[in-house]
Design a protein. Structure first.
Length: 238
């Protein structure tokens, strides 16, 4: 890659909206930033049949060539698909605590959660999962985030969430041809194993700060440091 990185494209997680990046915005002043809601979220047009592949294809339609794609959680998984399938669109990828395990035990735990999403009590599982993932910070903000997730149309959430949990990401991660950064704040992702799978992927571990699953809301300064360090690294030029 030569020259400065392209525009930043921000993609939120499942049930979430682009306003969740508001605490990052001041630190991104001077950059070209585009925030995209997932289909069926916050008024964004839905896809006819919800699937991870269909959602990634819809997002890809809106990503300018050469973008730095920054995705939180499911948004990061969507970003991975876009980066692998449309490398002309993505110059670099940043995933914020996305569920991208690469070890056998972590993949097994992910598969067990996928079975729960197909059960009749999937909305209870969703709420419990999101509350547990939040962490100890700002309980009032947690309630706002969880309420927004639960208010998102079920047809935009359930199939997409199930596909993300069903996904074994190792093949996609191994095929990734652009530099990537995984910012881990709560997920069970082995960053060393991830780097061994694909040396283009580096990791930053924020778990010591106890930010929970939404580090861009609870620890925006740490996320910005990781983001700027990644984008400014000379080793990624040329």
């Amino acid at each position: 890659m030569t020259g400065p990185p392209g525009p930043l494209v921000l993609v939120p997680g499942i049930g979430c909206g682009t306003t969740q990046f508001r605490r990052l915005r001041p630190g991104l002043a001077g950059r070209d930033v585009l925030a995209l809601d997932l289909p069926g979220h916050r008024g964004a047009p839905p896809v006819p049949r919800v699937s991870l592949a269909a959602v990634a294809a819809r997002i890809a339609e809106q990503v300018p060539p050469g973008s730095v794609l920054v995705g939180h959680s499911t948004g990061g998984v969507v970003g991975l698909l876009v980066a692998v399938r449309r490398p002309d669109l993505v110059s670099r990828l940043v995933v914020l605590d996305s569920n991208l395990p690469v070890t056998a035990d972590a993949l097994a735990r992910k598969a067990a959660r996928a079975a729960q999403v197909r059960s009749p009590r999937w909305r209870e599982v969703l709420e419990e999962s999101m509350r547990t993932a939040w962490g100890p910070r700002e309980p009032g903000l947690r309630e706002q985030v969880v309420a927004g997730i639960l208010a998102t149309p079920p047809e935009a959430v359930r199939g997409l969430w199930a596909d993300v949990l069903d996904l074994d990401p190792r093949e996609l991660l191994a095929a990734l041809a652009v530099p990537a950064l995984h910012v881990r704040s709560s997920r069970d992702v082995d960053l060393a194993a991830l780097a061994a799978l694909n040396p283009r992927v580096r990791g930053v571990d924020l778990r010591g700060l106890e930010p929970g699953h939404w580090p861009h809301l609870t620890e925006p300064a740490a996320v910005l440091r990781a983001l700027h360090g990644f984008l400014g690294s000379p080793s990624l030029e040329g």
